[in-house]
Design a protein around this ligand. Structure first.
Ligand code: F6P
Length: 553
């Protein structure tokens, strides 16, 4: 068992102090100076991992910085915790669970034990069942209650049971069967389900109810509403459910209680965290869309980066490097947020997906020993695809007062089916490269003045630069490349959680709001309003009353 409790507090370690001293010495060193000092930097500070090419030359680091950061990783036991994770040890200490999303992409020959049982055969068994089911739906062999083939699949889930498959479906649209409609419903706002089904035919619609726990109120509410919509549309009773509802869950009892036949349930396990689950049964809607072959290619991409993370030396280990760069900025430059800016419209949901992965994992302030941390932990993660963001919030990235490290992600080739539109791709990529350049090197006052700009305008038109970016390039956005990208971020988040000494795999912070909502709901509908809820604060009482008045209650 990895020793996760008895270590020196992070900010008391010599390695932390060494970094703090180094930061002082680093001062306001500019990327211009770093590039002047080492013209080879743009080639030297790069890594290749599978199909990914990573350029980290535009970071405020020297060889010394990188060495000190790796020393911090060594001192905080990142490698030991990583190995414990891959071995299936219960590193999710507050829930006493193994953390084994890596087993979801392990080859069948591998053996990984949890509580003395090899979990790999179970993973492979579920994958085979998913493949058979996906093929049946894709071929039209899976028929609805009235005998018509399914043509629309609606995934109902939230958080990890939505963001991953929804993101990957969008990312891999070019690989999907275009004659199948695939939609994702998550919000308890009834508008979400309403808009998703309003033009669908109940006879040819399949609902995939995705919930690890099968207790999540949003998902159960939407699933019940979907059932009502379906049965009303078919004019049928519960006997129609079996042909139109399948479940993805760890909780067979709750699935059965909801009325879904457990023969139509695809299982996963408590050692798969929700935000790490879209390569488990939670990916069924995606698999229906892209097919079992492409799904397996995606798993192989994940696996490739798993192997890299486990085996590559620290100097060449990409997730380790990205994690440590985040530590450098968050803890030594006071950077509060991190932007992920994909230059691919297909990755329009990628950053939203990473928000859960990163912020639900590392948005913690209690260390693994139960003490309050004395250092910054997870950043705010945000961003949208380029070039759209350039015409919205990039102003702040370039000239604002905040340091926001960013990842720029792009692909050498557009997807094959774009035809004539592929010509636009060079323009897209020129924008990506230009942004990295402008953020790093800016434009000095002297350069602006030399262009004949009136003196009063010079300060406004000067770009300070020195804003760090990582550029990630790949040949194309294939299923394997998507798997590689996601695994890269999964392990980056792991590294940061390990350094910060927090449990990256629980999410207690989401519980309070759920409890309070449950307590409040009746006061919105019945009785005399907020004043009747014991202990309710004055602001919420007033809001409940205002809401009730607007609803005429
Ligand atoms: O409330 C947060 C959370 O537990 C996430 O961690 C999870 O991905 C999501 O809710 C959905 O949970 P479930 O899959 O159990 O419905």
């Amino acid at each position: 068992m990895a020793d996760t409790t008895s270590r020196t507090r992070l900010d008391q370690t010599p390695e932390w102090h060494a970094l703090a001293r180094h930061r002082e010495e680093f001062g306001a060193t500019h990327l211009r100076e770093l590039f002047d000092a080492d013209p080879e930097r743009g080639r030297r500070y790069t890594l290749r991992v599978g199909d990914l090419y990573l350029d980290y030359s535009k970071h405020l680091v020297t060889d010394e910085t990188l060495r000190l950061l790796r020393d911090l990783a060594a001192a905080t036991g990142v490698a030991g915790l990583r190995d414990a994770m891959f071995r299936g040890e219960k590193i999710n200490i507050t829930e006493d669970r193994a953390v084994l999303h890596t087993a979801l992409r392990a080859p069948s020959a591998e053996s990984i034990e949890v509580d003395g049982t090899d979990v790999v055969p179970g993973v492979q068994h579920v994958l085979t069942r998913m493949s058979t089911f996906a093929d049946r739906v894709r071929s039209g062999d899976w028929r609805g209650h009235t005998g018509k083939p399914v043509r629309a699949v609606v995934n109902v889930g939230i958080g990890g049971s939505d963001l991953g498959p929804a993101m990957a479906y969008e990312a891999l649209r070019a690989y999907t069967r275009r004659d199948l409609t695939v939609r994702f419903v998550s919000n308890v706002d009834g508008a979400d389900l309403h808009e998703a089904v309003r033009d669908l035919d109940p006879e040819t619609t399949l609902f995939v109810i995705a919930s690890k726990t099968f207790t999540t109120v949003e998902t159960l509410t939407n699933a019940a509403a979907a059932k009502r919509w379906l049965l009303a549309g078919l004019g049928a009773g519960d006997e129609a459910v079996a042909k139109h509802f399948v479940a993805l869950s760890t909780n067979a009892a709750k699935v059965a209680e909801f009325g879904i036949d457990t023969d139509n349930m695809f299982e996963f396990w408590d050692w798969v965290g929700g935000r790490y689950s879209y390569d488990s049964a939670i990916g069924l809607s995606l698999m229906v869309a892209i097919g079992p072959g492409a799904f397996r290619e995606m798993l192989a991409g994940f696996r490739l980066v798993d192997e890299h993370f486990r085996g590559a030396p620290p100097e060449e280990n990409a997730p380790l490097l990205l994690g440590l760069l985040g530590v450098w900025y968050g803890n030594f430059f006071d950077a509060q947020s991190h932007a992920v800016l994909p230059y691919s419209h297909y990755l329009s949901k990628f950053t939203a997906y990473l928000q859960q992965l990163d912020m639900e994992s590392n948005g913690k302030a209690t260390d693994r020993g139960g003490e309050r941390v004395g250092w910054q932990t997870g950043p705010v993660v945000w961003g949208t695809p380029g070039t759209n963001g350039q015409h919205a919030y990039y102003q702040l990235l370039h000239q604002g007062t905040k340091m926001i490290p960013a990842d720029l992600i792009g692909f050498a080739r557009p997807v094959a089916e774009l035809g004539d539109l592929a010509g636009q791709h060079d323009l897209l990529m020129a924008n990506l490269f230009a942004q990295g350049q402008a953020l790093a090197f800016g434009k000095t006052a002297a350069e602006v003045a030399a262009e004949g700009v009136p003196a009063a305008q010079v300060p406004h038109r000067t770009f300070p630069g020195n804003r760090p970016t990582t550029t990630i390039l790949a040949d194309g956005l294939t299923p394997s490349v998507l798997g590689q990208l996601v695994a890269l971020y999964e392990h980056k988040v792991f590294v940061q959680g390990a350094v910060w000494d927090i449990d990256s795999f629980d999410q207690w912070g989401v519980e309070l709001g759920k409890v309070l909502a449950k307590r409040l709901e009746p006061a919105l509908v019945d009785g005399a309003g907020g004043a009747e809820v014991p202990g309710l604060d004055g602001s919420t009482v007033a809001l409940v009353d205002a809401y009730r008045a607007l609803r005429g209650r």
